[in-house]
Design a protein around this ligand. Sequence first.
Ligand SMILES: Cc1cc2nc3c(=O)[nH]c(=O)nc-3n(C[C@H](O)[C@H](O)[C@H](O)COP(=O)(O)OP(=O)(O)OC[C@H]3O[C@@H](n4cnc5c(N)ncnc54)[C@H](O)[C@@H]3O)c2cc1C
Length: 382
Amino acid sequence: MEAYTEIREAVAKLCAGFPGPYWRALDREMAYPTAFVNALTESGYLSVLIPEAYGGSGLPLSAAAAILEEVQRAGCNGGACHAQMYTMGTLLRHGSEAQKAEYLPALAEGRLRLQAFGVTEPTSGTDTGSLKTTARLEGDHYVVSGQKIWTSRAEHSDLMLLLARTSPRTEGMKRTDGLSVLLVDMREARGNGLTIRPIRTMMNHATTEVFFDNLRVPAQNLIGAEGKGFRYILSGMNAERILIAAECIGDAKWFIEKARIYAGERSVFGRPIGANQGVQFPIAKAYANMRAAELMVREALALYEGGANPGAEANMAKMLAADASFEAANACIQTHGGFGFAEEYDIERKFRETRLYQVAPISTNLILAYLSEHVLGLPRSY
Ligand SMILES: Cc1cc2nc3c(=O)[nH]c(=O)nc-3n(C[C@H](O)[C@H](O)[C@H](O)COP(=O)(O)OP(=O)(O)OC[C@H]3O[C@@H](n4cnc5c(N)ncnc54)[C@H](O)[C@@H]3O)c2cc1C
């Protein structure tokens, strides 16, 4: 698999223009990193997965993984815009030619943002099949009513990929049938049936709750066939999980490097704290676990690029990488003692940011349930 050394170096250089103080100031205000996202967009990094025919660079998933890993490794936060890379995959794979021609070139140029993804609802949670937002076809429009929660970046996106129920659940029907994907143009919709409310969270993630009150969406914005939406969303999830795993690897590398340097420099009792096994072993263990998780990310990437849909490997990569990044975060904060809690070291911020990936976009328990059922053949537990 290609190492993408040049891309990695260029991303690292770009990220060097957005050091700790930039992120700390945004974190305090819970503000969106507009300048950083614009810089990534203008350099073409967010459109690497869009085929050349639509104006992107048509690179494989491993290029996107390399970019996001470097962003995190540099101490930045790709959570502000990572979805711009992969959300368009649903449109690319299942959209009509007319939809692709209308949106993909604009996304590739950075004129349009498609980085809001409305699946989770307050009452259904992980159980997507029980979501309640409805889209009722009336003439040439769908009329959408309901609520989504944790719709990240909705205030900083032009378009939203929305999963809604288009036919009621009836006896004998599969729980996930009757769901459809709509491309919602939020520029027209805000104030006309769409309300977005930010949610303040433990980390600066621009996440929101979104309310639909008889919002009219042109029927031509339906992606693929009506009722098959869950399948379309699922087909994009492996790419999402692999890319988030790559981000976690980047985070783990950032924490390990910070801890390594500090352990060598900080002197207590007349010698570097890193001379103590109690300090160096947790860092070494975090390093070993990061490297193991990195191998699983590579395995998932290789299978994905070979044309497979590697559900098990993508899920394992995400879980192992999220565990590795959180272990590294913990070792890093411990190595720094009291200073690990000081804002100016950026560790507590990155610690909060990387914690998210134990829960989103899929929580660890659901990954374990997937492996138990689909790989180990154990009874379905839910
Ligand atoms: C900051 C942030 C950003 C997000 N961004 C988006 C976004 O852009 N778009 C979007 O659609 N969603 C988004 N999400 C939602 C995210 O995907 C969900 O929070 C996640 O999937 C878990 O769902 P839930 O919060 O409803 O938890 P629940 O489903 O209520 O689960 C709560 C806990 O119970 C456990 N649990 C539930 N069922 C079982 C079971 N059967 N077996 C064992 N354990 C179980 C879970 O693992 C979890 O730990 C975001 C979430 C956060 C916090």
